[in-house]
Design a protein around this ligand. Structure first.
Ligand code: PHE
Length: 345
């Protein structure tokens, strides 16, 4: 039976390592034109005795090869299946993939946190335009044209005369008083964007402030200090220490700046706080009589306090940032770092 005996073929088949090899063996030996098939075709030429013997022999060989093929096929298919299962095995202990959901900007969260604290202290929200008249931004706040106080806040003027990008949220003081039409108390906060021609690590040309204004009978510096101290402790934690320094703003008298202990050195003195242990957090004061009058209130009947606080500064402190500009560069690698910041909605 040619160069290989059928036993050798059966042995080779049982060693085959791929299904392709098996197919090859099948075609070559038991296929339509396979070796054994061809030999069987030649049987009719043999004398009857020989034909019987040879026929039995060939049948036996054919059966043996077919059986070997079937058996080996089974083994190889089983193995392939096992390998596939092994490769596709799911590791249920792997951490899940986080869906790429959006989140609020850290500055938005800080602004909302400040609003939360002040709303709980009884303030309500008030708003004013970002393109503001010079009257509301300056004159009504007791900052006359050409007054040197305007130099404190380098302004962006717009093409339409008499309008500026508001340099602070203080114009909302006047707008809120006008809206209250003499009713008491006035107790509002006005968060929003403000603009000044500044640009360095701690100043950006567009920034956010929260203004606060309280007008009522008998409002004093004690109300101012008490309210602001509670607010700052709620925001920055009860262990923060505070102090007030006298200052100057045209729209408050007296004027006070509030400092908090430096977060970097806890008051020991370092480069951030210029070795003083304190950092300024807001400007405030009792509302100037002229400002009350411009808002439609009689300074002989009522008094008030006001404050203005930079939101970015609070964010820098809460998040331990040393460069304010990071907050405005929209770099997702930076912003994603705030994803799991707890406590801020
Ligand atoms: N408007 C002042 C500023 O931007 C802050 C301030 C507000 C001070 C209210 C006193 C009262 O610097």
């Amino acid at each position: 039976m040619d160069e290989l005996s059928w036993q050798e073929v059966v042995a080779a088949i049982s060693q085959a390592s791929t299904l392709a090899e098996l197919k090859d063996w099948r075609t070559r030996w038991v296929g339509k034109h396979g070796r054994i098939t061809e030999l069987m075709k030649g049987l009719s030429d043999l004398p009857p005795e020989e034909r019987r013997r040879r026929g039995q022999e060939l049948n036996q060989a054919r059966e043996a090869i077919l059986a070997a093929l079937t058996q080996r096929e089974q083994v190889l298919t089983d193995r392939a299946e096992e390998r596939a299962l092994e490769a596709e095995r799911w590791d249920l202990t792997l951490p899940g993939r986080e869906p790429d959901t959006g989140m609020l900007h850290p500055l938005t969260r800080v602004r909302r946190r400040i609003e939360d604290v002040l709303l709980r202290l009884g303030f309500s929200l008030a708003y004013g335009p970002q393109v503001e008249s010079e009257w509301y931004n300056f004159e009504a706040l007791n900052i006359p044209p050409n007054h040197p106080a305007r130099e404190m806040q380098d302004s962006f003027f717009v093409d339409i005369p008499g309008l500026v990008l508001r340099t602070h949220t203080s114009p909302v003081q006047i707008r809120a008083m006008e809206q209250h039409q003499g009713r008491l108390p006035v107790k509002i906060i006005a968060p929003g964007l403000t603009y000044r021609r500044d640009d360095d690590a701690t100043h950006v040309p567009m920034f956010q402030q929260v203004e606060g204004l309280v007008v009522d009978h008998g409002i004093s510096v004690a109300d101012l200090m008490g309210t602001l101290t509670v607010m700052v402790q709620e925001l920055l934690g009860g262990s923060v220490r505070t102090r007030f320094r006298s200052s100057y703003f045209p729209f408050t008298e007296p004027s006070l700046e509030m400092d908090v202990t430096c977060a970097v050195c806890q008051g020991q003195g370092c480069r951030v706080c210029k070795e003083t242990g304190w950092v300024e957090i807001l400007g405030s004061g009792l509302v100037h009589p002229t400002v009350l009058r411009n808002g439609g209130y009689d300074p002989d009947q009522v008094s008030g306090f006001a404050f203005g606080m930079g939101i970015e500064r609070i964010a820098m402190r809460l998040y331990g940032l040393d460069d304010l500009r990071l907050l405005y560069q929209n770099d997702l690698r930076f912003l994603r770092g705030f994803r799991h910041q707890g406590g801020l909605r």
